[in-house]
Design a protein around this ligand. Structure first.
Ligand code: GDP
Ligand code: MG
Length: 176
């Protein structure tokens, strides 16, 4: 009997962005289909792993959460080490979080090389009534910097899986 060959794919993906944009909830929605209204519960969790299938291959996405480090403006280099994908998140209802994206991109570029698959994520798209960043603004920033772009809601699940899956597929295409 022929021996089957198994390839293993483990992709480290980091989630970055200002405090309270919804990073931890995007992760818990993706990994466990859960949402925390008071969000304290996920503090201390380093990463969660979720298996995704791409082209019939099982891929383990190891998604890292800052666990609140970003409040001190000091996400450590260990956080970025080995990352092959990144979600850079802002809150569509708070312009200041969008204005911080450049700084997060600089930080990402300092720690990781340019081959990292990068997705700009405008989270909380359920808050249309108090939108402060237009879809066009998000799109054009993403185009300028060569990022993918998507708007999500961790609250009602809009595009959360898609955000991660597009990044995972891009990483897969780069390595296979
Ligand atoms: P983090 O600091 O970036 O990890 O943000 P959290 O995931 O802790 O979320 C911060 C706050 O925003 C919490 O009160 C969440 O309940 C809320 N939140 C997160 N995602 C969404 C979303 O998609 N829509 C809305 N309306 N609120 C959200
Ligand atoms: Mg958090």
């Amino acid at each position: 009997m022929a021996e089957e060959e198994f390839e293993e794919y483990l992709f480290k993906i980091v989630v970055i962005g200002d405090s309270a944009v919804g990073k931890s909830n995007l992760l818990s929605r993706f990994a466990r289909d859960e949402f925390d209204h008071n969000s304290k519960a996920t503090i201390g969790v380093e990463f969660q792993t979720q298996v995704v299938e791409v082209d019939g291959k099982e891929i383990k996405a190891q998604v890292w959460d800052t666990a609140g480090q970003e409040r001190f403006r000091a996400v450590t280099s260990a956080y970025y080490r080995g990352a092959v994908g990144a979600l850079i998140v802002y809150d569509i209802s708070r312009k200041t979080t969008f204005e911080s994206i450049k700084r997060w991109l600089d930080e990402l570029n300092t720690h990781c090389d340019t081959t990292v698959a990068r997705m700009l994520v405008g989270n909380k798209c359920d808050l249309e009534d108090i939108r402060d960043v237009s879809v066009e603004e998000g799109k054009s920033l993403a185009e300028e910097d060569g990022l993918f772009f998507i708007e999500t809601s961790a609250l009602n699940s809009t595009n959360v899986n898609a955000a991660f899956e597009i990044v995972i597929r891009e990483i897969y295409n780069n390595v296979s």
